[in-house]
Design a protein around this ligand. Structure first.
Ligand code: HEM
Ligand SMILES: *[C@@H]1O[C@H](CO)[C@@H](O)[C@H](O)[C@H]1NC(C)=O
Ligand SMILES: *[C@@H]1O[C@H](CO)[C@@H](O)[C@H](O)[C@H]1NC(C)=O
Ligand SMILES: *[C@@H]1O[C@H](CO)[C@@H](O)[C@H](O)[C@H]1NC(C)=O
Ligand SMILES: *[C@@H]1O[C@H](CO)[C@@H](O)[C@H](O)[C@H]1NC(C)=O
Ligand SMILES: CC(=O)N[C@H]1CO[C@H](CO)[C@@H](O)[C@@H]1O
Length: 327
């Protein structure tokens, strides 16, 4: 009886530890480059915080960069590769075209190569930069970033088009693409909350505003007053440079404003609005509107998971010297 009980205790304890480790990271990444480059996290944070101080739009760009990197071939900095002649790289894929922030990654890389050459991958830098940029407004790190990612040697625009959901995706498609990366429904609702900062180009919502079903109509699920406001900003004929804020109220503040807007049918994309079409997903959107702390906690958890997505390359990666080119 006692033996049985302690067996259960041990089994429970062991599975808890395995679970905790599995949740934190797939077991490959480590918290710090212990003796190898223990100032890495500090160096990145110092640079990123000074950049964000001067440019409050940077967190959105760096967060999106990390997301795009991880969803295509895993977090391997493949999004940073410039194409040279051959196939178009991820950078040139349609969903990626407006991703920026590359120069800042280059600057961080240069500094790290000076201090501890050949140790910190570009993929780790992208993950750290996203975390630090978002965290600046709070003065503390909002989630842990485990290190040890390898930089990939392949980058294909065609894969970005395949793996990144479009702004017109429905719930089924969104969930499928998230699941392909090992993320679940809660991760989908939570990570979509990243749209609480940043901007979108008008062209992305053009159809939703002006020609939803091909009859010159507006998406009926979009709050009509909000749609009118958006049409003032996104006029006809479309100007490719026009943009709108994704969280109309607090576009520079990382908060739960996304869910406040979403639940009033003011989600900017169909992919945002789609989160209200599933019962469980809607429940989380309500929960996150009510509790910013619940959102932050889940966001931290989901970012660690997203940062641990691995691709097909396995251990074939490297530590690039220059983030824009394979060694
Ligand atoms: C759920 C599926 C998602 C779709 C369909 C989607 C789509 C988009 C689109 C179309 C834009 C506008 C790009 C532009 O016009 O310049 C955008 C912006 C953005 N996305 Fe997403 N996204 C998704 C998920 C995510 C995730 C998971 C994150 C991060 C964790 C994220 C972070 C951002 C940020 C921060 C911006 C603003 C970028 C800026 O201001 O430069 N998105 N997204
Ligand atoms: C281009 O892509 C194809 C497959 O999509 C691949 O076989 C080929 O090696 C790539 N070429 C270069 C130069 O990357
Ligand atoms: C969702 O979109 C996909 C791809 O466009 C489509 O095949 C599917 O029928 C849609 N599902 C629903 C429930 O509308
Ligand atoms: C609206 O969409 C329909 C069907 O896709 C297309 O034939 C029509 O030209 C579009 N109208 C405008 C103004 O873009
Ligand atoms: C968009 O911006 C670019 C660069 O700022 C400018 O050269 C171009 O003329 C603009 N295009 C339109 C349609 O306003
Ligand atoms: C997913 C996504 O952002 N797709 C957009 C990529 O950019 C083109 C315009 O260059 C838009 O039409 C897409 O909707």
């Amino acid at each position: 009886m006692t033996i049985m009980r302690s067996f259960f205790h041990i089994a429970f304890f062991v599975s808890f530890v395995i679970l905790a480790a599995g949740v934190c990271n797939g077991g490959k990444l480590e918290f710090q480059h212990k003796k190898k480059c223990n100032q890495a996290q500090k160096i990145v944070r110092r640079i990123i915080w000074s950049k964000v101080e001067k440019d409050p739009t940077l967190p959105a760009r760096l967060l999106r960069l990390h997301y795009h990197d991880c969803f295509v071939r895993g977090c391997d900095a493949s999004i940073l590769l410039d194409s040279n002649g051959g196939n178009a790289t991820e950078k040139e894929a349609r969903p990626n075209r407006s991703v920026t922030g590359y120069e800042i990654i280059d600057e961080v890389k240069a500094k790290l190569e000076q201090k501890c050459p050949g140790i910190v991958s570009c993929a780790d830098i992208v993950a750290l930069a996203a975390r630090d940029a978002v965290s600046y407004q709070f003065g503390r790190s909002m989630w842990p970033v485990y290190m040890g990612r390898k930089d990939g040697k392949v980058s294909l625009a065609s894969e970005a088009d395949r793996d990144l959901p479009s702004a017109a995706s429905n719930f089924t498609t969104l969930l499928q693409l998230f699941q392909r990366s090992g993320l679940n429904l809660i991760d989908l609702v939570t990570l979509s909350g990243a749209h609480t900062i940043g901007i979108a180009h008008c062209i992305v919502i053009q159809r939703r505003l002006y020609n939803f079903t091909g009859k010159g109509d507006t998406d009926p699920t979009l709050d009509p007053a909000y749609a009118e406001m958006l049409k003032q900003k996104c006029k006809l004929p479309p100007n490719l440079n026009d943009t709108v804020k994704m969280d109309p109220n607090t576009p520079l503040s990382f908060d739960n404003g996304y869910y406040v807007a979403l639940n009033k049918n003011q989600g900017l994309f169909q992919s945002d609005a789609a989160l209200l079409t599933n019962r469980v997903s809607r429940m989380f959107a309500t929960e996150f509107e009510k509790s910013q702390d619940a959102f932050f906690e889940r966001f931290a958890h989901s970012m660690v998971k997203m940062g641990d997505i691995t691709g097909d390359d396995g251990d074939d990666g490297e530590i690039r010297k220059n983030c824009r080119a394979i060694n």
